[in-house]
Design a protein around this ligand. Structure first.
Ligand code: MD3
Ligand code: FE
Length: 202
């Protein structure tokens, strides 16, 4: 059953649990061609999360700032095509939340090892107000959710292997992050958590 987190935001516990192995092999296919890397923030910091992606545009960060790029800056090649399995699952998840016709042009892959985290931020680099579909795989984590105003209290929501969250409408610009991922083991992923986020960027 879906849980309404806030207007426009839905948590579907275990929705893609049965397809976790297939999702992980699609991730493997993408990162073979566009290896995970630690991006640099404009301020000079190194992100603890390993990132890669697929589709027409993928989010990148470096000294010049945050933006979507059509080519992998590491290889100079276009990002890998989004595997049909990923595109189709993302569309199906969006539909369950009431967003029909969602066709992502960007699939971001985030890899968290023990202790890795993502600070509170807003996703505002997309030139489009389509929803975002987020799929959690592997080790459980605590999703931090600060609401639409920076000073809103932060809620903590546990996200487990196979959980899906869809964020749209009034929740699209909510502040959010991931608390340090605990040292734990998952049968499919060892000590790693993966997050897939599907977006329309243009
Ligand atoms: C709520 N990733 O890649 S996904 C990110 O688990 C990011 O790796 C986190 O935040 C992760 O930008 C959280 C869930 C998520 C993604 C986008 C959102 C929640 C969101 C946009 C608006 C509100
Ligand atoms: Fe985000």
């Amino acid at each position: 059953p879906a849980q309404a987190l806030a207007p426009g935001a839905w948590l579907f516990p275990g929705l893609v649990h049965a397809r976790a192995p297939a999702l992980l092999s699609a991730i493997g296919e993408v990162v073979r061609r566009a290896p995970l890397r630690h991006m640099t923030t404009p301020g000079g910091g190194r992100m603890s999360v390993g990132m890669s992606g697929c589709g027409a545009r993928v989010w990148v960060s470096d000294a010049a700032g945050y933006r979507y790029e059509t080519h992998d800056p590491r290889t100079g090649r276009p990002w890998p095509t989004m595997p049909a399995l990923l595109r189709d699952i993302a569309g199906e998840c969006a539909q369950k939340a009431g967003y029909d016709g969602f066709v992502p042009d960007s699939g971001l892959i985030n890899r968290y090892g023990p202790g890795d985290r993502m600070g509170l931020h807003q996703d505002r680099d997309e030139r489009c107000d389509a929803p975002i579909v987020s799929i959690s795989l592997g080790v459980s984590a605590v999703f931090l959710w600060g609401g639409v105003t920076r000073s809103d209290p932060v809620r903590r929501i546990v996200v487990r292997n196979g959980d899906v969250v869809v964020w749209g409408g009034p929740s699209r610009l909510a502040w959010h992050g991931i608390a340090p991922v605990p040292q734990a083991q998952h049968p499919l992923c060892g000590d790693v958590r993966y997050n897939l986020t599907f977006r329309r960027t243009a």
